[in-house]
Design a protein around this ligand. Structure first.
Ligand SMILES: NC(=O)c1ccc[n+]([C@@H]2O[C@H](COP(=O)([O-])OP(=O)(O)OC[C@H]3O[C@@H](n4cnc5c(N)ncnc54)[C@H](OP(=O)(O)O)[C@@H]3O)[C@@H](O)[C@H]2O)c1
Length: 324
């Protein structure tokens, strides 16, 4: 028997149950990992609540973590027992012990600690596809990144800065504005008090930005569109305030021949070569010190429900990890 956080139905944080479970031996292509640290992500809340449907109950949540290989299936040759590894987009991480298909598992460089890996893999690979693939930011760009002091936002801000980009970031409090600034955000905007669209127009001298990264969803969508310059790119990649309501493509013409995408990390790392590209670029920026991973909250695995409450109530900043 081993411990895991499971849900038996969708609902609020109270449905997260600290259960005893049996973990079977790994199947042929699976790797069994003794988890040392687990990352908390907003997507875990969407899966818990039912916004993103789950096929089977009970289900162990959690997509990000790091640990040591405990056992391998007969067709696994790339990994061996005792090796340090991590996962960034796999199901079932909220556990002391878990099996993952080898496709999702990555060797963890010696320089990167388990807790750091757990705090950065999903969020950092997300920052990678946002900044390096969807729209390649550079020194000539001024970008808008919402929730700049959050998990993805903290990594993306530092990464964009290391590429010479000017970053405008929205934040929910003065403390978060300070944090964002210390991470390289040039213009933190307190979007609960100020009209962020007007501020962005002011900062860019009326021109607008070439790209907006919006994970806030329903509450900011329209304002974000109005921050874009003609032919700008709207990247709507999350729903912290609920999904964006349907709209007509004609809106994109009216607002200046805009581009829009609703990406998910899963598609961007579906091929093993793409997963390795994202992970290796992330390892490089962390090892070089260009991106520092801030673990601002740490909970015991059994207290995952509290961690979910704090994340959804906007009490967290940077990364949050769970310790089994
Ligand atoms: N598409 C993808 O593949 C992908 C991958 C990873 C993450 N994401 C998305 O990226 C976003 C960030 O993820 P994360 O795990 O790093 O979370 P996070 O940014 O650490 O937390 C979410 C932040 O959103 C802001 N927020 C604004 N309104 C909110 C509300 N009504 N309720 C809760 N939060 C609100 C809060 O920051 P302030 O207080 O500063 O406003 C909060 O801290 C999430 O929406 C997530 O779903 C998408």
């Amino acid at each position: 028997m081993t411990k895991a956080i499971r849900i038996h139905q969708n609902g609020g944080p109270e449905v997260l149950s600290y259960d005893d479970i049996d973990v079977s031996a790994p199947k042929d292509t699976e790797i069994q990992i003794r988890m040392k640290a687990i990352g908390l992500n907003f997507i875990d809340c969407y899966m818990r609540s039912g916004l993103y449907p789950i096929a089977n109950f009970p289900s162990v949540l959690g997509k990000e973590g790091a640990g040591i290989v405990e056992a391998v299936g007969k067709d696994v040759s790339e990994f061996k027992v005792g090796q340090r590894v991590c996962v960034g987009i796999a199901n079932g991480c909220y556990a002391e012990l878990a099996n993952f298909d080898q496709h999702h598992v990555l060797a963890l460089p010696d320089e990167i600690e388990f807790e750091t890996a757990a705090a950065m893999m999903l969020k950092g690979m997300t920052a990678h596809f946002l900044l390096r693939r969807i729209y390649k930011v550079g020194p000539e760009d001024t970008i808008l990144f919402h929730a700049a002091a959050g998990g993805v936002g903290s990594i993306a801000t530092q990464w964009a800065k290391s590429l010479g980009t000017t970053v405008i970031g929205t934040v929910g409090s003065k403390e978060k504005a300070e944090l964002a600034k210390s991470q390289g955000c040039d213009y933190p905007i307190l979007y609960r008090d100020e009209n962020f669209t007007e501020k962005v127009r002011e900062i860019t001298k009326g021109e607008g930005v070439p790209v907006v990264y919006d994970s806030i969803g329903a509450a900011t969508f329209e304002g974000s569109i109005d921050c874009l310059r003609p032919m700008g790119t709207m990247v709507t990649f999350g729903n912290a305030t609920g999904p964006v309501p349907p709209f007509s493509p004609a809106l994109l013409a009216q607002k200046g021949s805009l581009f829009i995408t609703r990406p998910t990390l899963m598609n961007y790392v579906a091929k093993r070569e793409d997963l390795l590209w994202a992970a290796n670029d992330l390892f490089d920026v962390v090892k070089s010190g260009a991106v520092k991973i801030k673990i601002n909250q740490k909970y015991d695995l059994k207290d995952t429900a509290q961690a979910h409450r704090d994340l959804e109530e906007r009490k967290t900043s940077g990364s949050t990890i769970l310790i089994p």
